[in-house]
Design a protein around this ligand. Structure first.
Ligand code: CAO
Length: 271
């Protein structure tokens, strides 16, 4: 490349001491946010943005702008899991098990198998910190906005213990909100929209974590049966977003497929 072609780049920042050309600071040259009087076009109502939504919005914007996100989509066959879950719920009416608690256990198994997902970049991005604990954040939809309580040591808890804890903390989140301590220290987050619907989405990585798993509504899918007929399967859509600085696409595909394999054997998973 000629000296002239580098010099003509309008936003290049040349550090002559190091002989390097640094990338422009993105965001600095964005046009200002439009200030529009919407009332000119029709009736409107103005409501303040809730305090927690402002706070989470700032973190989401930082994470979206600074992390090179990729979302990998896959389906997990949970036909056996759903049968097993239904039977366990019939046997024990005191704790309701949803697919989410089995997913938490499956994610823990996947983090043990793929330690680069249970990691964070340190403050200056020079080291990867690998964690030996398994604390899972679960996104909860509340009137205050999105809150992500962290369930600690999920590797040591049964699905019933996780369901009881999740019910209590999500109720607290919805009624009173949560403290920062209750939302700190997570290794990996899960955002389940399964009870609401959808076929897939792009969850935003909850920094300093390096990946997040989104799940949407289980759907019935026809698969060919051995006798030539139709074999109906219950498929759980998985949307795995990851920080491409730390995770490779092939590892993300393996991680998501591994979750499917683990969910296919619910007895071994739930213990
Ligand atoms: N497919 C189909 N049904 C599902 C499902 C799935 N993948 N996942 C859960 N369900 C069902 C449950 O079995 C339950 O069914 P019944 O009422 O018949 O028993 C119903 O949906 C409601 O489940 P739930 O929401 O009460 O429980 P959960 O364990 O699935 O989730 C919680 C708990 C707190 C995570 C959830 O209520 C919630 O708040 N999710 C929102 C997360 C969110 O907002 N994410 C977006 C983040 S980005 O803005």
């Amino acid at each position: 490349m000629s000296v002239e072609s580098v010099a003509n780049r309008p936003q290049a920042n040349t550090n002559t001491d190091l002989g390097e050309t640094r990338a422009p600071a993105f965001g600095a040259n964005l046009p200002p946010w439009p200030h529009i009087d919407f009332a000119e076009y029709g009736e409107v109502e103005i409501k303040p943005v809730p305090r927690i939504q402002k706070l989470t919005g700032a973190f989401l914007t930082r994470n979206w702008l600074t992390i090179p996100h990729v979302t990998h989509h896959d389906d997990a066959d949970i036909t056996r899991l759903e049968g097993y879950r239904k039977a366990r719920n019939e046997d024990n009416a005191t704790v309701k098990l949803t697919p989410l608690v089995f997913l938490i256990k499956a994610v823990v198994r996947a983090l043990q198998e793929f330690p680069q997902f249970n990691a964070s970049l340190d403050g200056d991005g020079k080291n990867i910190v690998l964690k030996k604990y398994f604390h899972i954040g679960v996104a909860v939809d509340t009137r205050f906005g999105l809150l992500v309580p962290v369930l600690r040591d999920c590797d040591k808890k049964s699905v019933e213990e996780l369901a009881t804890e999740l019910a209590a903390i999500s109720q607290k989140a919805r009624e009173k909100g949560l403290s920062m301590a209750e939302m700190s220290g997570g290794c990996f987050s899960i955002s389940s929209l399964g009870g609401f619907g959808g076929t897939g989405f792009t969850p935003i990585v909850n920094a300093p974590e390096v990946a997040i798993l989104g799940v949407t509504k289980t759907r019935l899918t026809a698969a060919p049966a051995e006798d030539g007929g139709i074999n109906w399967r219950k498929m759980l859509p998985l949307s795995l977003s990851y920080d491409h600085r730390v995770i490779n696409g092939a590892d993300a595909a393996r991680f998501a497929a591994f979750i499917g394999t683990v969910l296919a054997d619910p007895q071994a998973l739930a213990g």
